[in-house]
Design a protein around this ligand. Structure first.
Ligand SMILES: Cc1cc2nc3c(=O)[nH]c(=O)nc-3n(C[C@H](O)[C@H](O)[C@H](O)COP(=O)(O)OP(=O)(O)OC[C@H]3O[C@@H](n4cnc5c(N)ncnc54)[C@H](O)[C@@H]3O)c2cc1C
Length: 306
C-alpha cells in the first residue's frame, strides 16, 4: 500500500487556494495564489483529467488574457485551452487525494535505510515504516536536503536544479477594476502576471486579484517583509494599469521560495533501482502542472512494473 506524507495542511503543494475573511457580504474570498491554470498537451494527462472534468472538479477557463505594459494592452496569442480546479485550484489535488492514505501537516525530516527497507522520520508521528520504495516528490532543493545522507547516484543531478522564487500578492477590492481582461502577462514592471480570480468558473463574486512578481524581482526582494511587498506590488499594479489607487478590503501575500524551475532536467524522473529510491516533480522533464503530472505518472508506471 502507498502512503503519502505532506507537510502542507491540504494536498496540492503549489496548486493551492487561499481563503480570506470576506465579512458578512461574501461567503468566499478566495485566491489561487500558486499555479493559475494549466494546459493539456499530452494524451496521458488528457485521459487522466477526463473524470475530474466530468465530475466538475476541473473546468476550462475562458477568461480573456492580454499582454500588458504601462496601461497598454495587446491580445495574447492563445496557447490552447486553459483549465482550472473548481471551485479553486486546490480542488484538483483534493479530488485526486480521495481514498488515498495521506498524512497531512507531516514533514518528513529524515530517511533511514535498514537492510533493504526504508523508514521515515516524520515530525509529528515519529518513525514510520517499513517501506519497500521511497519517492521524493518535492522541489529539487528540498529533496536534495532530505536525501543528503543517502548514497543515491542521482543526487549530483538534483543538486544542479534550481527553482526561482515568486512573491504573490492577493488583493480583495471593494469594486471591480476598470479593465476589459481577466488575466495579463505583464512587461516593464516588477509584476509578471495578474489575474481576476472571480473570472474563473465556480468562484464567488468577490473581486479578488492575484499578482505575481517576476522571478528576478522576487529574488531581489526575497528578504523584504510582507508589508513592504504589499506596498511595492500595489504601486506596480497601479502603474501597470495606469490607474489611480483603488480601495482594497483585504490583502495577503505569499513568498513561494521554490516556484518555477527555469531549466528542468531532461529526464522525467530519477531512480536508483538498487536503493529503491526515486525523485520526481516539475523539475524533472517539466516545468508546470502538466510536467509534474507526467513526471509522477511515468515514475509510477515504472514502479508498478518492479
Ligand atoms: C506562483 C506560481 C505560479 C505558477 N503558475 C503556474 C501556471 O500558471 N501553470 C502551471 O502549469 N504551473 C504553474 N506553476 C507551477 C506548478 O504549480 C508546479 O509546476 C507544480 O504544481 C509542481 O508540482 P510538484 O508536485 O512537482 O511540486 P509541489 O506542488 O511543490 O509539491 C511538493 C509537495 O511536497 C511537500 N513537501 C515538501 N517538503 C516536504 C517534506 N520534507 N515532508 C513532507 N512534505 C514535503 C509540499 O508541502 C508540497 O505539497 C506555478 C507555481 C507557482 C509557485
Amino acid at each position: 500500500m502507498v502512503q503519502l506524507f505532506d507537510k502542507g495542511r491540504r494536498p496540492g503543494g503549489r496548486v493551492a487556494t487561499r481563503r480570506l475573511d470576506g465579512g458578512l457580504e461574501f461567503d468566499r474570498v478566495e485566491f489561487d495564489h500558486g499555479a493559475q491554470y494549466f494546459t493539456v498537451r499530452h494524451a496521458e494527462f488528457e485521459e487522466w483529467l477526463r473524470p475530474s472534468l466530468e465530475r466538475g472538479q476541473v473546468a476550462e477557463w475562458t477568461g480573456r488574457l492580454v499582454s500588458l505594459s504601462n496601461g497598454r494592452t495587446s491580445p495574447e496569442p492563445s496557447p490552447g485551452r486553459r483549465y482550472v480546479g473548481v471551485p479553486g485550484m486546490s480542488a484538483v489535488a483534493g479530488g485526486l487525494a480521495e481514498g488515498l492514505s495521506i498524512h497531512l501537516s507531516e514533514r518528513v525530516t529524515r530517511l533511514e535505510r535498514r537492510g533493504t527497507e526504508w523508514w521515515l522520520q516524520a515530525e509529528s508521528t515519529g518513525l514510520c515504516g517499513p517501506y519497500q520504495q521511497v519517492v521524493c516528490a518535492l522541489p529539487a532543493p528540498q529533496g536534495r536536503e532530505l536525501l543528503r545522507d543517502q548514497p543515491a547516484q542521482f543526487l549530483s543531478e538534483m543538486a544542479g536544479v534550481a527553482l526561482s522564487p515568486c512573491w504573490a500578492l492577493l488583493l480583495h477590492f471593494a469594486e471591480a477594476l476598470p479593465v476589459d481582461f481577466e488575466g495579463a502577462f505583464v512587461a516593464d514592471s516588477p509584476l509578471r502576471w495578474i489575474a481576476n480570480n472571480r473570472s474563473k468558473p465556480g468562484r464567488s463574486s468577490a473581486e479578488c486579484w492575484v499578482l505575481h512578481a517576476s522571478p528576478e524581482w522576487s529574488q531581489a526582494a526575497f528578504d523584504e517583509t510582507p508589508a513592504t511587498i504589499d506596498t511595492w506590488l500595489r504601486e506596480a499594479l497601479w502603474q501597470a494599469l495606469d490607474i489611480k489607487p483603488r480601495e482594497v478590503r483585504g490583502t495577503s501575500s505569499q513568498r513561494w521560495k521554490f516556484a518555477i524551475p527555469p531549466a528542468p532536467l531532461s529526464s522525467r524522473y530519477l531512480h536508483d533501482a538498487g536503493l529503491r529510491l526515486s525523485a520526481c516533480g516539475d523539475w524533472c522533464g517539466g516545468p508546470r502542472v502538466e510536467g509534474a503530472f507526467l513526471s509522477g505518472w511515468e515514475l509510477g508506471r515504472l514502479l508498478s512494473q518492479t
